[in-house]
Design a binder for this molecule. Structure first.
Ligand code: SF4
Ligand code: SF4
Length: 360
């Protein structure tokens, strides 16, 4: 692995990958394999996350943490332009952002699907987002097949994992045996092939490939959560007045955590700031959430004044209206919104409760 990391660093990439910080696995700069969460795993459930030590030295023996890759391509806060007063006039100054050349190391299948969704939103509509595009165009992706499912994962239900299928330069499967620890590597692009040839390797035997495939198959069979997706769009459309929305609203704090951790949520707001002297003004774009009252404020008030309306908007967008808007579900089954909800609200449980008492 160190050879692969070194090859990326030599090519001038800022390599980002999983590392341990404040008792969680987050994505940050990697300069050595030792920066990875070696020998760690995580326990996840509704509103609960805990790191634990493993008995082995696995490099990727955990599920996804609180952070998603979107924060590097679609920054949480970015200045769009600033203006300076010049006498009785002012000068608009566009941002000259230095765009880093990024390599994402250790991207899971659900996250590749989330990236594809964000590509559709930011690059494939009527308006291309230049901030996202500048980062995405130069991105190198080293993916990892999941060797164990997290307690809140349900990518198998969403058909977004755990097997990596597309959208990577290289894909790794970590194999841990009693006497051996190795990686089976799959090449996804010409850039990946070029990188790969800097790593000492030999052709994998059919037994090694089978073992790697078996690991991913086992992971798929041990998902922590399940979501029944058949007819889910129609079920939600039929049940906009279901009593369950009121029930979940009694528990929901409208804190917006679920939207902040979600790898596909993309909503933003724009704020203008002036300094006290009146000499400079700035325009910032920051992440926003459908769980804030201000987000749906129009002349006369917010169109979603209640928590019930906001939760219903979020869940029906993820699982139903997103399909009409973009052609896929807005959920990739990463489980983050369940783990990082402070009161443990579980999107799979809410969908199940509505389907169970479908008001058709
Ligand atoms: S809705 Fe929840 S489970 Fe689905 S992609 Fe977003 S954070 Fe992950
Ligand atoms: S569902 Fe949970 S994370 Fe989302 S806004 Fe409500 S309390 Fe916060």
């Amino acid at each position: 692995m160190q050879h692969l990391l070194a090859a990326l660093l030599t090519r001038g990439y800022r390599v980002l990958g999983p590392t341990v910080r404040e008792n969680a696995i987050v994505y940050d700069t990697l300069t050595s394999v030792d920066d990875l969460p070696i020998g760690y795993t995580d326990e996840q459930d509704g509103g609960s996350y805990r790191l634990k030590r493993r008995a082995d030295q696995a490099l990727f023996g955990y599920a996804v943490g609180p952070q998603s890759w979107k924060s590097f391509l679609h920054p949480p806060s970015i200045r769009l332009w600033h203006a300076k007063r010049e006498g009785r006039s002012f000068q608009m100054i566009p941002e000259q952002q230095e765009v880093p050349k990024l390599a994402f190391f250790g991207v899971r299948s659900c996250e590749l699907h989330a990236l594809a969704i964000q590509d559709r939103v930011f690059l494939q509509g009527a308006y291309v987002d230049p901030v996202y595009q500048a980062r995405r165009d130069r991105l190198c992706i080293v993916a990892v097949n999941c060797g164990q499912a997290g307690g809140t994962c349900f990518c198998a239900s969403m058909e977004t994992g755990p097997q990596v299928t597309a959208g990577f330069d290289l894909a790794l499967t970590e194999v841990l045996q009693e006497d051996r620890h190795y990686f089976v590597i799959q090449i996804g692009t010409a850039a990946g092939a070029e990188l790969f040839h800097e790593v000492p390797y030999r052709e994998a035997s059919s037994e090694e490939i089978e073992r790697a495939e078996h690991i991913v198959k086992e992971t798929a069979e041990h998902m922590g959560r399940h979501l029944e997706t058949t007819g889910i769009k129609e079920t939600l459309y039929r049940n906009l007045d279901h009593p369950r929305w009121e029930e979940v609203a009694q528990r929901c704090l409208s804190c917006a955590n679920c939207t902040m951790v979600c790898p596909t949520c993309f909503c933003t707001t724009v704020e203008d700031v002036t300094d006290l002297t009146g000499q400079q003004a700035e325009r910032w774009r920051t992440w926003d959430s459908c769980f804030t009252a201000d987000f749906s404020y129009i002349s006369g008030g917010s169109i979603r004044p209640s928590v019930k309306a906001r939760y219903r908007q979020w869940m029906t967008h993820k699982l139903a209206t997103w399909i009409d808007q973009f052609g896929t579900s807005g959920c990739v089954g990463c489980g983050r919104c369940i783990t990082w909800c402070p009161v443990g609200i579980d999107i799979t449980e809410e969908a199940r409760a509505i389907a169970k008492e479908d008001t058709r």
